[in-house]
Write a protein of this length. Structure first.
Length: 97
């Protein structure tokens, strides 16, 4: 299993990720890739970061691990948490620390 990094997602901002929902999928757009303040400790293997995705669907998905597929990156499994709503849709965040 490869450790995910902020750099791997930085070039994917504004790209679509399809969230697998069993027999169907839901497109989400990666709208933010943000570095978080590191709290260094021995053995730390990556700098913390977060990703924010936006879904245009009015349906709020529950927080859980989803398989997202991007045309460039392929499939990735991410734990998504709904964190807000704006005029364009529902926002979901994945945090890596």
């Amino acid at each position: 299993m490869q450790l995910m990094s902020r750099e791997a997602f930085a070039g994917r901002a504004n790209e679509t990720f399809d969230v697998s929902l069993g027999e169907s999928s839901l497109p989400m757009t990666l709208v933010e890739v943000q570095a978080l303040t590191p709290h260094a400790f021995p053995g730390m293997s990556r700098a913390p970061f977060s990703l924010v995705f936006r879904s245009g669907s009015p349906v709020v998905l529950p927080q859980k691990t989803y398989r997202l597929t991007n045309a460039t990156m392929g499939p990735v499994d991410l734990f998504l948490v709904p964190v807000g709503r704006d005029v364009q849709g529902i926002l979901y965040q994945a945090v890596f620390n």
